[in-house]
Structure formats: structure tokens, C-alpha cells
Design a protein around this ligand. Structure first.
Ligand code: NAD
Ligand code: ZN
Length: 360
């Protein structure tokens, strides 16, 4: 067995108001390449308070990117890369300010600025040939762990798959809990549950180990404070906690693996465009047989926050649609292997996966 050897984020700033340190943080990097930065900011912030606090210089390029309704695509990254290089040449760095979608755009852009051709060529593990440029992430929604992960998930014409390698990982993140205050309550719930599900899946499988369990246990403890205990709710104190939970949940799965919910989630998202965290919640409500303890706690949190998830989605799916969804999920063997052990192929057959989708 080969042991994983993961790169972590080089530097992390954490704390209320830490976003104000962005400009001084990137100052030493400004000397590199064509001496300007590209800012990729979630369109939600256009005209809002944060856009006046970007601390960008006149030479910088600022893009406000709409991440609704679609998750980042290979085409979008290729077009943005070509435009930036044609306009000003190679930047000193890329700064992503937004949720998981923007984190992935910033990471992918950093890599594609130094790697030729379409990003579709690099969807997979260690396919990137040259190191990317400096990239810094400022998350404004917590939960996906995209701020810490070694993948930049892109939807291409054929697959939804990450550009995954050591160079994908951010050089720096700035975790400022003030920035997540405006997240709508339903998204606050779905994205936080992504962290929760990361930990449950990381724990319940053959790849867990003391390292992944330590991060996962702590992240679960923090999730309970935010979503389950007496002081649960979308408060500033809980936002301080949630940002750390997201990071630790991401580290837990990095050192272990996700499982059945994520494998199904990829199938649902790829075929129907359902967003990652929401898709996970829609699916996890039906996984009581596979993850009994995690499921029971999840249902308590759903009840506490009066979240209504859709039912009977599968009534609109014909066999051909179910086949396509099942194929996407089936092609994630690492997740099934982790969840079911070494004889996973006998359990996670296409028919079994289709039956799981029929429960939705
Ligand atoms: P998101 O980035 O897709 O944003 C969801 C919505 O929240 C958008 O409408 C956005 O405009 C809005 N928003 C963002 N910040 C806000 C704020 N502070 N206040 C109000 N609204 C705000 O959300 P997400 O769930 O964090 O990310 C999902 C994406 O992350 C998917 O594309 C998925 O593929 C990717 N993902 C990546 C990884 C990884 O490891 N790289 C892991 C899981 C998911
Ligand atoms: Zn996830």
C-alpha cells in the first residue's frame, strides 16, 4: 500500500477582519512575472461593501464571476486564461474571493496560466505538467473544504473531475469569518452539511486512520456546536467555528476518502446540474442503512433548522437517465472501495447504484 503524501496550504491567516491584511500579504509576490494580480470575485459582492475593500492596484484585473446556476466549467477557465494572457501576460498571482466555485476557479486558473491547451486535458490526478502561479483563496462560504483541498473541480464536456495535484493547493488562504455572515440560511445549512458528510464518510471506510480521524472528530464536534447544540444557529460566534470546521473536514477527507454520498452526488450533479452541497443533502437523507449514526444526527439537524428537502425526484427519471447517473458514480472506485472494502465491486454494481438513485 502506498501512503498518501499530501501537500498542505503554505500559509493560513485566520480571524475576524483578517481580510484587511490581503494587500500586505501579497506585496512580496507583486515582483513576480508581469507584476499585477488577477482578482476573481463572486458576483454576489459586486457593488457590496467587500468590493470597496479589495485593496487592488490600478494595474490589477478584477473579474466579478457569476457562479449561478452552473458550477465552474473547463470552457470557462480556458476562455478566462486566454483573455488574461492576451491582455497583460502572466500575472504575479490569482486571488479568489467567494465560495467553493470561486476557490476552484482560482486554483484551476493558476494552473492553466502555465499549462498549454484545454483544461480538459488535465482533468485527473497528476496530469498537470508545470507548476501554476501563486494563488490565494478567501472563502466566503464555508463547508466544501475547497479552500484546503488539492483539487479544482471542473465540469467538462465529458467529465466532472478535478485538476488534482500538489500545485493545485493554495499558497495562502485568508479565513475571515466576517465574510460568511451574509450567506443565506439554506446555503449555510447545505454547505455546512457538506463538512459534516465529509467527516462521516471519511470515518466510515477502510482508509480512515488516526490522522484523518483526529481532524474529522474535531470537525464533527464543531459542526454539532454550529448546527445541533443549544447555541446552534447562524451567529457570528458560530461562523468563527464553522470556518475552522470546513478546513478540518477537508483535511480529514484528504487523509482518508469520501464515500457513498459523494459518489452518488457526482452522478446527480453531472446529469442534472444539482449543486454539490445541496445534492449531498438530498442524497444523505436516504442513506440511513449505510451511515446509521451520521444519518440520525443529520435528520435531527434538518428538523432543528426546518430544512425541507425535495422528495420523489426519481419519478421523473427514465432508465436511460438512471443509467447515465449510475455510470458517473460507478466510475469513482476509490469512494466505493473506501466505503465497502476490497470486495466493493460485488456490492456497488450498476444495478445497486441505480437502486440507490431510485430512493431519491
Ligand atoms: P458556491 O461557490 O457555488 O456559491 C453558492 C452561492 O452562494 C452562489 O450564489 C454565491 O454567489 C453565493 N455566495 C457566496 N458567498 C456568499 C456570501 N458571503 N454571502 C451571500 N452569498 C454568497 O458555493 P459552495 O457550495 O461553497 O461551492 C460549490 C462548488 O464547490 C461546486 O462547484 C463544487 O464542485 C465545488 N467543490 C469543490 C471541492 C474541492 O475540493 N475543490 C469540494 C466540494 C465542492
Ligand atoms: Zn463535498
Amino acid at each position: 500500500m502506498t501512503h498518501k503524501n499530501f501537500k498542505n496550504i503554505d500559509k493560513v491567516t485566520y480571524g475576524r477582519g483578517s481580510f484587511a491584511q490581503l494587500s500586505e500579504t501579497i506585496a512580496p509576490i507583486r515582483k513576480e512575472n508581469k507584476q499585477y494580480f488577477v482578482f476573481v470575485v463572486d458576483n454576489y459582492f459586486k457593488g457590496k461593501d467587500l468590493s470597496a475593500k479589495l485593496q487592488n492596484k490600478p494595474e490589477d484585473l478584477v473579474y466579478y464571476v457569476d457562479v449561478d446556476p452552473y458550477e465552474p466549467t473547463t470552457h470557462q477557465i480556458d476562455a478566462l486564461r486566454d483573455e488574461i494572457l492576451a491582455k497583460k501576460g502572466l500575472p504575479s498571482g490569482v486571488i479568489g474571493i467567494g465560495g467553493g466555485s470561486i476557490m476552484d476557479i482560482a486554483k484551476a486558473l493558476s494552473l492553466m496560466l502555465t499549462n498549454e491547451g484545454s483544461s480538459t486535458l488535465y482533468q485527473g490526478l497528476n496530469l498537470i505538467k508545470n507548476p501554476g502561479i501563486y494563488h490565494l483563496g478567501v472563502p466566503t462560504i464555508s463547508g466544501t473544504g475547497a479552500e484546503v483541498s488539492m483539487t479544482a473541480v471542473l465540469t467538462g464536456p465529458e467529465k466532472k473531475l478535478g485538476l488534482k495535484c500538489d500545485w493545485t493547493v493554495f499558497n495562502q488562504v485568508i479565513l475571515d469569518p466576517e465574510l460568511i455572515a451574509t450567506v443565506p440560511t439554506d446555503w449555510w445549512f447545505y454547505t455546512g452539511m457538506d463538512t459534516y458528510i465529509h467527516c462521516i464518510e471519511s470515518h466510515n471506510g477502510i482508509r480512515n486512520n488516526a490522522f484523518s480521524l483526529a481532524y474529522g472528530d474535531q470537525a464533527l464536534h464543531l459542526c454539532r456546536e454550529v448546527y445541533l447544540n443549544e447555541k446552534a444557529g447562524q451567529t457570528p460566534e458560530n461562523n468563527d467555528i464553522l470556518m475552522v470546521a470546513s478546513l478540518m473536514g477537508g483535511l480529514s477527507l484528504t487523509y482518508s476518502e469520501v464515500g457513498v454520498c459523494h459518489a452518488l452526488s457526482y452522478g446527480l450533479s453531472k446529469i442534472h446540474g444539482t449543486r454539490h452541497c445541496y445534492a449531498n443533502c438530498v442524497i444523505f437523507q436516504h442513506l440511513g442503512d449505510i451511515y446509521p449514526q451520521g444519518h440520525s444526527e443529520f435528520m435531527q439537524m434538518i428538523k432543528k433548522h426546518k430544512i425541507e428537502l425535495p422528495q420523489n425526484l426519481s419519478k421523473d427519471w427514465d432508465e436511460a437517465t438512471l443509467d447515465k447517473m449510475a455510470m458517473v458514480s460507478y466510475n469513482l472506485p476509490f469512494m466505493w472501495n473506501h466505503a465497502f472494502g476490497d470486495n466493493y465491486k460485488e456490492i456497488a454494481t450498476l444495478d445497486y447504484i441505480k437502486d440507490l438513485f431510485r430512493c431519491l
